[in-house]
Design a protein around this ligand. Structure first.
Ligand SMILES: Nc1ncnc2c1ncn2[C@@H]1O[C@H](COP(=O)(O)OP(=O)(O)OP(=O)(O)O)[C@@H](O)[C@H]1O
Ligand SMILES: Cc1cn([C@H]2C[C@H](O)[C@@H](COP(=O)(O)O)O2)c(=O)[nH]c1=O
Length: 448
């Protein structure tokens, strides 16, 4: 630690002469690209290890990492091949890391969401991470981070990088920490931090089909199967799903889904509409799995979304059975599962969402389709009034929606981009009776 403290005090250009730089360039690992979420949900992109020392990084990155203060990157490696077990382990490790960073001496540091990917990106290559910024550049922070990494006894262990600024040239560098067998931690040679172009597609998107927006039942099933040793409820959930037909078919009566952000009036509308139409009212996740919801809500995205996804297949079997007898109204279904998953995983703001028509907005090929999906929308102010008026316990997402209007915009925009079937938007701001009239009229004209 003393050594690291001294290093900090020396101007970097003394330590990092041309000969050392030439040597390092022959040994350099492939560059890594980073997407950093900054306050206000803007994304900054930078690269580490490109052969462009001297090129200035994004000024927002440089400003964040400028002295005084120090930034560290922590990223969770992914196993090549990307089998569901490895993905679940990496996701749980990332979650554990975030919880640990929120305690003790590290609590006073700022955390920024960080994604790390290789050149070209692609499915199975994305590392979830975090950028920790210590405004006071305390040596305790480095000590605490290394001690924290020591507590990870087995691979994969999060990787740690430390950012340095050459005060003379303003060039940014990253030095990674490595654990040498039996010899403790050492820092490897610094690598330059340079600019990076924003990729065409947000780097989280290629992973969505295996990590949150599952395109078919088996993809979600494989994730819960990989969790059964650590989450006993996963086995129980799988047993329920496996009792449902693989291709549930709709009966002759119409099936109408009501979607929307929390507190837009779905419960109110679905109850009134089902009474009026003498329809069966169902909801996703279905009542038979609601006792496990809290358990899965505390899990990382991949596990949580697998639970909601499989819940939809159970609802599908309920729809199949009920729609043979009468109309069916469903309070949330696959569109909610996909919209919340995409909005959570795609960092940054609305413009970073995958474009309309992208495959993540397509209905799973093996999931029973409804005849009509209505999306209830109200202004943010009215929605907040309704949340406060209700005064119930909030889920993590409701709290986030309340706090984060960008997240709310992303969820709503995802609903709008859903395809085949798409969502018909209904202004749900008027009084209850008027909203119900509009909904019933749309059902009659669309479903006969
Ligand atoms: N048209 C309306 N005008 C005024 N208040 C409404 C209207 N519709 C619903 N509310 C009230 O807003 C609150 C939220 O409504 P509701 O519970 O139906 O929303 P929700 O979309 O089902 O929420 P969640 O998804 O969180 O379960 C409730 O207190 C409800 O009585
Ligand atoms: C069905 C479903 C729900 N969620 C999230 C979205 C909301 O914040 C909560 C509340 O749902 P409620 O039961 O309607 O109150 O759950 C989700 O993320 N994915 C889903 O599939």
């Amino acid at each position: 630690m003393v050594w690291a403290g001294r290093l900090r005090a020396l101007p970097l250009r003394i330590l990092w002469g041309p000969r050392l730089r030439a040597w390092a360039s022959t040994m350099a690992p492939p560059p890594r690209f980073f997407a950093l979420e900054l306050p206000g949900c803007t994304l900054a992109h930078f690269a580490v290890g490109t052969d462009a020392p001297g090129a200035p990084a994004d000024p927002r990155v440089a400003a964040l990492m400028a002295t005084p203060g120090r930034s560290y990157s922590l990223c969770v490696p992914v196993a090549p091949g990307g089998d569901p077990g490895a993905r679940v382990r990496a996701a749980r490790l990332h979650q554990r890391l975030l919880q640990q960073l929120d305690r003790g001496p590290l609590k006073r540091c700022q955390l920024h969401r960080l994604l790390c990917y290789p050149p070209g990106g692609g499915a199975g290559t994305l590392q979830q991470g975090v950028l920790l910024h210590d405004p006071s550049d305390s040596p305790d922070t480095r000590r605490a981070l290394l001690a924290l990494l020591d507590s990870y006894l087995e691979a994969p262990r999060p990787s740690l990088g430390e950012f340095l600024v050459d005060d003379a040239t303003r060039q940014l560098w990253q030095r990674r920490w490595e654990l040498l067998d039996g010899q403790g931690w050492r820092q490897v040679e610094p690598e330059p931090v340079g600019p990076a172009l924003e990729p065409d597609l947000h780097p989280a998107v290629p992973d969505l089909p295996s990590a949150g927006v599952f395109p078919h039942r088996e993809a979600a099933r494989a994730v819960l199967e990989a969790c059964t040793a650590v989450i006993p409820e996963a086995r129980a959930m799988l047993e329920l799903v496996d009792r449902c037909p693989t291709r549930a078919q709709k009966g002759k009566f119409p099936v109408i889904v009501i979607e929307g952000l929390d507190a837009t009036g779905k419960t109110t509308v679905t109850q009134a509409a089902s009474e009026s139409l003498k329809a069966v009212l169902l909801r996703s996740p279905p009542a038979c799995v609601s006792q496990w919801r809290e358990v899965f809500d505390d899990e990382p995205t991949i596990v949580r979304r697998a639970f909601y996804s499989l819940g939809n297949y159970i609802v599908a079997s309920e729809i199949a059975e009920a729609s043979a007898r009468c109309p069916v109204i469903v309070d949330r279904y696959w569109h909610s599962t996909a919209a919340y998953a995409i909005a959570t995983e795609v960092s940054g703001a609305v413009q970073h969402l995958p474009p309309a028509q992208h495959s993540v907005y397509q209905w799973p090929r093996d999931l029973l389709q409804p005849d009509l999906v209505l999306l209830l929308t109200v202004s943010p102010e009215e929605r907040l009034r309704r949340i406060r008026g209700r005064g119930l316990e909030k889920t993590r997402e409701e709290t986030e929606l309340e706090a984060n209007s960008i997240f709310r915009q992303k969820v709503e925009e995802c609903y709008r981009r859903m395809d085949n079937p798409g969502c018909r938007e209904v202004d749900a701001s008027p009084p209850r009776e008027e909203v119900l009239r509009t909904v019933l009229s749309l059902i009659r004209t669309s479903c006969g």
